[in-house]
Design a protein around this ligand. Structure first.
Ligand SMILES: *[C@@H]1O[C@H](CO)[C@@H](O)[C@H](O)[C@H]1NC(C)=O
Ligand SMILES: *[C@@H]1O[C@H](CO)[C@@H](O)[C@H](O)[C@H]1NC(C)=O
Ligand SMILES: *[C@@H]1O[C@H](CO)[C@@H](O)[C@H](O)[C@H]1NC(C)=O
Ligand SMILES: *[C@@H]1O[C@H](CO)[C@@H](O)[C@H](O)[C@H]1NC(C)=O
Ligand SMILES: *[C@@H]1O[C@H](CO)[C@@H](O)[C@H](O)[C@H]1NC(C)=O
Length: 539
């Protein structure tokens, strides 16, 4: 009898012959409950193989990633692969609208392929507030050996998962939200799961290093900086960028970017700072960049963050551009897809709002506050189970109506090219993620979006990424080529808002049942709700 990995490989082979050439990487993850104290206070943590944060997934473009996740918690668990496109396979996306949770004491094997992707991403538990206990980790997708990378190999490559953090355990936070309360302001900022002063990156004098920095937090944009060192941005969520140096960078919720730093200063330790942006109370985490040849401690004032607020950040965002001549996951230049020349077939305008429904706090997109279905919508589609959701349950433009709850799904046709405008009438920073896709961030500005706003779009070298920020009382516009069939989560990365309804799904549909367009449901898919007892294969 073949070993479990071989059986799984065989299973994948019959699902997708196209994936067969690429290597397989197997992961066995045991998700357990343990105590962590990143801010000096013991709290309930979610560990993966005993680690917080969880282990990093290292992969190369097109690799098959087989992750057998054992849920040893006493509650359901589900992992979302933030930024991994799971092409033709939204069944494994790991959010409540696509995938059944893993029950306590059970396991589920995710079969992912890093198809046509490079870059820096992360995974996290998508249910409830579990992310507030851990269970997240980095994902890196390296270029294949023969594909040129527009910078030399770094001496080392560090992942920095930064984010604001609560001292409360996740059950307390969830209970607050379930009662319709808002969450308190977070209590600190973590770098790789550790509190201030605890993280050290060791470098050798004269060498160049890559840092992959992701904001895995709950509610705040962060500014990141290193004393005495410039950071050259080289990659943003899978796009190789123009290499421009910055002394500090704003990284918004859910976003990742890679920078190169060169250890070209006198050997000693230097402060590395991540601090909250646009907040009255500033939370800070300080780590250290240590030159291996020196024991001299860091000294001097902490490097200061930007003092001006939105304009500075907006200008920085606009300065981030695609390097059109560099290769992405394929050898052809990133600029060969002339997105600016393609006509959009429709515009979806989405505005957030906050309010109460039945005396409880809710958040909404175009007045609809999303409530989870009893059956993942993707499974309802697959098994043709009616009544789980309705297309058209969310309008394609804000109406200003009061907030109501529904299992909202936006419909769109496969192989169309669309525009989405995120409109923010609220006075807070927002950040949106679309699963399954990378999109061009063509424009952002203050005030109200109108069709004239298109005159200022960057139709040449905008960055293609999966998470976009929207400044207070501002808008951000994106273009998307809908080339990935499936049910894809479109959500606020402000986690309490996501939990209380500021999310929806984009159903990218084709009538075709060809394997070239969408894979069938994975043979091992868990079936829950009204899909329970169905068969993943004809019997
Ligand atoms: C997971 O870890 C727990 C605690 O260490 C252990 O009891 C359990 O057997 C492990 N399960 C698996 C599948 O490795
Ligand atoms: C969560 O935190 C509360 C308050 O600090 C504590 O009473 C409770 O025991 C914690 N729960 C777990 C499972 O750690
Ligand atoms: C973690 O363990 C504590 C103490 O045994 C328990 O109260 C809690 O419910 C567990 N939490 C999870 C998510 O398994
Ligand atoms: C659970 O783990 C076992 C042992 O590795 C494996 O054979 C099985 O396929 C896994 N179950 C699922 C649903 O992935
Ligand atoms: C863009 O990429 C090309 C090709 O790899 C490289 O030679 C060039 O230096 C890059 N330009 C900038 C400004 O990053």
């Amino acid at each position: 009898m073949p070993s479990p990995p071989l059986r799984l490989a065989a299973l994948l082979l019959c699902l997708a012959a196209a994936a067969a050439d690429s290597p397989y990487r197997f992961f066995h993850w045991n998700v357990t409950n343990g105590t962590i104290s990143p801010l000096g206070v013991p709290q309930q943590g979610i560990l993966i193989n005993g680690q917080f944060p969880g282990p990093e997934i290292y992969s190369v473009t097109n690799d098959n990633i087989i992750v057998n996740v054992f849920n040893s918690l006493n509650e359901p668990f589900l992992i979302h692969w933030n930024g991994v496109q799971n092409r033709r396979n939204s069944f494994v996306d790991g959010v409540i609208g696509t995938t059944c949770p893993i029950p306590p004491g059970r396991n589920f094997t995710y079969i992912l392929q890093m198809k046509d992707q490079i870059g820096s991403f992360f995974y996290f538990p998508s249910l409830a507030m579990q992310k507030a206990a851990g269970g997240f980790g980095g994902i890196r997708i390296m270029s294949r050996p023969l594909i040129p990378v527009p910078f030399g190999p770094p001496a080392d490559d560090f992942t920095l998962l930064i984010g604001d953090w609560y001292k409360n355990n996740h059950t307390i936070l969830r209970r607050l939200l379930d009662r319709g309360k808002k969450l308190p302001f977070p209590h600190g900022v973590l770098i790789n799961g550790r509190g201030p002063g605890a993280t050290v990156f060791t470098v050798d004098q004269g060498k160049t290093y890559r840092l992959r920095i992701c904001n895995v937090g709950f509610q705040n944009s962060l500014n990141f900086r290193i004393q005495g060192h410039k950071m050259k941005v080289v990659e943003i969520e899978g796009t190789h960028t123009l290499q421009i140096s910055y002394s500090s960078l704003d990284i918004h919720l859910g976003q990742c970017m890679s920078v190169l730093i060169t250890a070209d200063q006198p050997p000693r330790n230097y402060y590395v700072v991540a601090s909250t942006r646009f907040t009255t109370q500033v939370l800070t985490n300080t780590a250290f960049l240590k030159y291996s040849s020196s024991n001299t401690p860091a000294s001097g004032p902490l490097p200061g963050g930007p003092t001006t607020q939105i304009d500075w950040s907006l200008n920085q965002a606009r300065s981030l551009r695609t390097n059109l001549t560099a290769s992405g996951p394929r050898p052809n230049p990133q600029g060969s897809y002339h997105y600016g020349m393609i006509k959009t077939v429709k515009t979806i305008r989405l505005a957030s709002s906050a309010g109460q429904v039945n005396g409880k706090q809710r958040y909404a997109l175009n007045s609809v506050s999303f409530v989870a279905p009893d059956t993942p919508m993707k499974l309802a589609d697959y098994f043709k189970i009616g009544g789980v959701y309705r297309l058209g349950s969310i309008s394609e433009a804000p109406s200003g109506a009061g907030i109501y709850t529904d299992t909202s799904v936006l419909g769109a046709d496969y192989r169309t090219f669309i525009e989405i405008v995120f409109e923010n009438y609220e006075n807070i920073m927002q950040s949106y993620h679309l699963a399954g896709y990378s999109f061009w961030v063509v424009g952002m500005d203050g005030g109200q979006w109108s069709s004239n706003s298109r005159n200022q779009y960057n139709l040449r070298d905008a960055v293609s990424r999966c998470t976009v920020q929207v400044y207070p009382k501002s808008w951000s516009a994106i273009y998307i080529a809908l080339d990935n069939v499936g049910m894809w989560n479109l959500r606020s990365e402000f986690w309490a808002r996501q939990y209380l309804g500021q999310q929806t799904y984009l159903r990218v549909y084709t009538a075709s049942t060809s394997l070239r367009d969408e894979y069938p449901i994975p043979k091992n898919a868990r079936l829950c709700g009204r899909a329970r007892g169905r068969h993943t294969r004809p019997i």
